[in-house]
Every structure is written in structure tokens, then in C-alpha cells.
Design a protein around this ligand. Structure first.
Ligand code: NAP
Length: 253
């Protein structure tokens, strides 16, 4: 019974930005739970495709720069053409730019907001229109951050975008829960990926971060496997608008 609750056999999940890092780990976890995957991103997600195939599933790759796409409905229809349906959307693609707030450029503001929040909203809207139009259920999982809850330092557009992800997760849940569309978010803590390479390489910041994490380690991409499968599955059908921290206890401090 409990295993059935987490079974995603025959479902289709669209994951943005899964060539590497957290998106890659979540795409593989969803494939291992039974999903075919639609991978959206700029670079070739070669390693991810191999791992998905090793899990016995298929991966359809759509090359798209989400900061530039102006027709998200096309991505949804390409996914449906590839696999006949779409059930899950994981809005993972994200970037970060670091500079003191007084020196922060408009270009760095726009670049981060375009990928992290604008594309997340427009792609969610396209998926929801599809599900509402055909009276089917859907699951949207947004990737938030510790900076959905905290201010951070030298990353103003990232903090604004990720705080926006938390708010938008609630706002969209308020409108779409009645259609059996679950909109929730995962807020990863400090995870060892390209996104945090600069922090990991900074000896002092690395020590400060580790000292504050109750689990006493950086998170690994695979730490999101269970949470993403849970939020994609029937096990979370009555969860709406929640941002779930997966942070080694960081927010508990
Ligand atoms: P990452 O290794 O840098 O991966 C980012 C992914 O986003 C890449 O696959 C990249 O795809 C994709 N992407 C970036 N810009 C894109 C665009 N314009 N169009 C399409 N895809 C784009 O970073 P990560 O750490 O795995 O981060 C994944 C998500 O988790 C992000 O939203 C990030 O903010 C969030 N997060 C990370 C941490 C952490 O500690 N690592 C903590 C909290 C939240 P391409 O390679 O194809 O460009």
C-alpha cells in the first residue's frame, strides 16, 4: 500500500535544467520511480539521458533557453506529443549572480529574474492551462532556496527571485488546488553543485556554512530524490502551497 502511494509508473515529468546538479538528480529519481522525462535546458543533458535509460525509462530532450522562450505552451505540447501526456512539472532551472547590492547591475537583476521566476511562472501557467483544459490532475514542484526565507548576502536578485518562488507557490496553489493541481516547492539548503562552487571554494565561507548546518555536511543532489518523488506522487495529494526545506537542519538553527 505505502509503496503504491509513491509509484509514478507510466507518468511523464518535465524537468527544467537537468543537465547537471539538483535537476539531474531529481530527473533520475523520477525516472527510477517510473516516469518518462522531458528534459528542458540549454546544454546537452547527455549524462542524465544515460541514467534515465539505465532506469528503464525514456528521455525526450528539448533544447530551450528559458530566459528567451516566449511560447511556453509549445514546450508543453511538445512534451505531450512525445509521450502522450504530461503529469508533473519540476521548475528547477536557476542561476545566481553575486555582487554587492550597491554595484549590482540591471543586467544581473534581469538575467536572474528571467530564469528563476518569470520562466517558472509562464511554464507553470502553460502546464496548468493544459491540465485544466483536459480536466486532469497535475503536480508542480518549484525549486526555492534558503533565500526564500532569509536575506542572503551579495545576491539581491537571487533572494528576490527565490522569495518570489515561495510566494508564487502559495498564490498558484490558491487558484489551482480546486483543479487537483498541486503546487508545492522544495527549498534546498546548501547543496554541493556548480551553483555553489564559489562558496565551496571560499575556505572561510565554506567553514562558516558547515559550522551552521546541524547535519554537519553539504547536501548532495541525491538528497532531493525522496522529496521530489513524494511531491510528485499521490502521497502528497492534499499538500498545496507548501515550501518544504531540505536543508540538513539549516533553518532549524
Ligand atoms: P546548476 O548545477 O548550476 O544547474 C542549473 C541548471 O539550470 C542547469 O541544468 C542549467 O541548464 C539550467 N539553466 C540555467 N539557465 C537556464 C536557462 N536560461 N534555460 C534553461 N535552463 C537553464 O545549479 P543547481 O545547484 O543544480 O541548481 C538547481 C536549482 O536549485 C536552481 O534553481 C537553484 O537556484 C536551486 N538551488 C540550489 C541550491 C544549491 O545549494 N545548489 C540551493 C538552493 C536552491 P544548462 O546547463 O542546460 O544551461
Amino acid at each position: 500500500m505505502s509503496q503504491q502511494l509513491f509509484d509514478l509508473s507510466g507518468q511523464v515529468a518535465m524537468v527544467t535544467g537537468c543537465s547537471t546538479g539538483l535537476g539531474q538528480a531529481m530527473a533520475i529519481a523520477l525516472a527510477q520511480a517510473g516516469c518518462n522525462i522531458v528534459a528542458i535546458g540549454v546544454s546537452d543533458p547527455k549524462e542524465t539521458v544515460t541514467a534515465i535509460e539505465q532506469a528503464g525509462q525514456r528521455c525526450h530532450v528539448i533544447h530551450a533557453d528559458l530566459a528567451q522562450v516566449n511560447d511556453m505552451a509549445k514546450l508543453v505540447s511538445e512534451a505531450v506529443e512525445a509521450f502522450g501526456q504530461l503529469n508533473i512539472l519540476v521548475n528547477n532551472a536557476g542561476i545566481i549572480r553575486r555582487a554587492d547590492a550597491v554595484d549590482f547591475t540591471e543586467a544581473d537583476w534581469d538575467a536572474v529574474m528571467d530564469v528563476n521566476i518569470k520562466s517558472l511562472f509562464l511554464l507553470s501557467q502553460a502546464a496548468a492551462k493544459h491540465w485544466i483544459g483536459q480536466h486532469s490532475k497535475g503536480k508542480i514542484i518549484n525549486i526555492a532556496s534558503m533565500l526564500s526565507f532569509q536575506g542572503g548576502i551579495r545576491v539581491p536578485s537571487y533572494t528576490a527571485s527565490k522569495s518570489g518562488v515561495l510566494g508564487l507557490t502559495r498564490a498558484l496553489a490558491n487558484e489551482w488546488a480546486k483543479y487537483n493541481i498541486n503546487v508545492n516547492a522544495i527549498a534546498p539548503g546548501y547543496m554541493a553543485t556548480n551553483n555553489t562552487a564559489a562558496l565551496q571554494a571560499d575556505v572561510q565561507r565554506n567553514q562558516e556554512i558547515l559550522a551552521r548546518i546541524p547535519a554537519e555536511r553539504w547536501g548532495q543532489p541525491a538528497d532531493l530524490a525522496g522529496p521530489v518523488v513524494f511531491l510528485a506522487s499521490a502521497a502528497s495529494d492534499y499538500m498545496h502551497g507548501h515550501t518544504m526545506a531540505v536543508d540538513g537542519g539549516w533553518l532549524a538553527r
